[in-house]
Design a protein around this ligand. Sequence first.
Ligand SMILES: Cc1cc2nc3c(=O)[nH]c(=O)nc-3n(C[C@H](O)[C@H](O)[C@H](O)COP(=O)(O)OP(=O)(O)OC[C@H]3O[C@@H](n4cnc5c(N)ncnc54)[C@H](O)[C@@H]3O)c2cc1C
Length: 437
Amino acid sequence: MGVHARPVERSWTIISGQFVRHVLIVLMSTPSAVASTIPGGSFLLESRSPAEIFTPEDFTEQHNLIGQTAEEFAQNEIIPNIEKMEHKDFSVSRDLLKKAGELGLSGVEIPEAYGGLEMDKVTAAVIADHIAKYAGFATTWGGHTGIGTLPLVYFGADEQKKKYLPRLASGETVGAYALSEASSGSDALNCRARAVLSPDGKQYILNGEKMWITNAGFADLFTVFAKVDGEKFTAFLVERTFPGFSIGAEEHKMGIRGSSTCPIILNDCQVPAENVLGEIGRGHVIAFNILNVGRFKLGAMCVGGARSSLDHAIPYAKQRKAFGKVIGDFGLVREKIANMAAQIYVGESLVYRTVGMMDSALAAVDKSAPDAAKKTLKAIEEYAVECSIIKVWASEMVSYVVDETVQVYEAGNERTVSVDACNQAANGRSALRSFIE
Ligand SMILES: Cc1cc2nc3c(=O)[nH]c(=O)nc-3n(C[C@H](O)[C@H](O)[C@H](O)COP(=O)(O)OP(=O)(O)OC[C@H]3O[C@@H](n4cnc5c(N)ncnc54)[C@H](O)[C@@H]3O)c2cc1C
């Protein structure tokens, strides 16, 4: 078996009502059930044995413990604060990101050398799955730990990582990713934002505007894409406090209203030359790789969101009465619930099968080697087909499950739909749509 023991003693906090129980666990890197590295896309061409396929039944004690931590964090910390986040009290979102950081839920993909926990991708998926109970905060957390942090993890220079990653891992600094513009969304390389090196060579002067930036209302650090001299597409690490950087008004979205989405304005924004991320003219490598690595985690969030939706639908169907019996006794409603469960099962299987394969491939990467980040990205890229399938399928799946949940509620009386369920329904759907770049 692909078990690679790397015992690290760490104090892990479990929330139970409040932050009360502290347990010391021995963390081992992922014991993968996958015996050998499976080529990406090979499901079309080769047969695999059951022992090679990773499923939730292969979770270790560590995976279950972290899953429980994320679950209790969602139940005890996120859900009671939904109303505040829906009304755009983003001080709550910031506090929650800090709490998530303290619990180690935001640093699993950050190397230990930079304040993270450097755990396997199964762990990253387990956390995403459990934390995605409320789409508003799931978007905030996903934006911060994914597109807001991973550009630095995979492309940052040592000094940049030392400067920013520890505080991103702890949630003291909030990250965001600014690629889209009013006239360049899917066609991201067509961006208009410009960067010019100052005459003394010490800084780049950025001009332009970015649109629909998740977490922009309160984030501290932005990965901003602009073209140097109007040609060379490049990524920059831009702090909120840099001169010439400002934030536009919050968008009024149809869903995920508990997440912040704003434009950012670059008006002769002064960015130190050492804050170029990666190489000048190679910003596209960062932009597209980061979107690729985010896909499996998006899938895990879809599964978690859909499961949460079903958790609302079933008790309602069991207690709501119509025509003298509970609506869960009607064949049509039972069929909805059965189909929702079946689709969640498929989504869950897709996600964990893929992350299991990834971890098996990643086990061969020497984490201490200078090219570790590059090799890690390469190993993940091997499963680009599976990740794209997950992204498309799981986002459609959660839309379906949320729609069916609303139908189950509407089978009684539309007015009885609880605020929570409604938010989860609308937000879940929109949140996931919003990730379909
Ligand atoms: C809530 C929310 C949060 C967001 N957060 C961020 C963020 O944090 N950072 C960031 O940089 N961006 C963010 N975005 C922007 C998001 O990435 C873009 O909305 C997305 O890239 C799509 O771009 P667009 O909206 O301009 O649509 P367009 O690119 O204009 O596409 C419009 C339609 O045309 C279709 N289309 C486009 N090109 C083709 C083609 N070649 N063939 C067929 N069909 C095509 C698209 O599929 C779509 O249906 C966010 C958006 C939302 C809604």
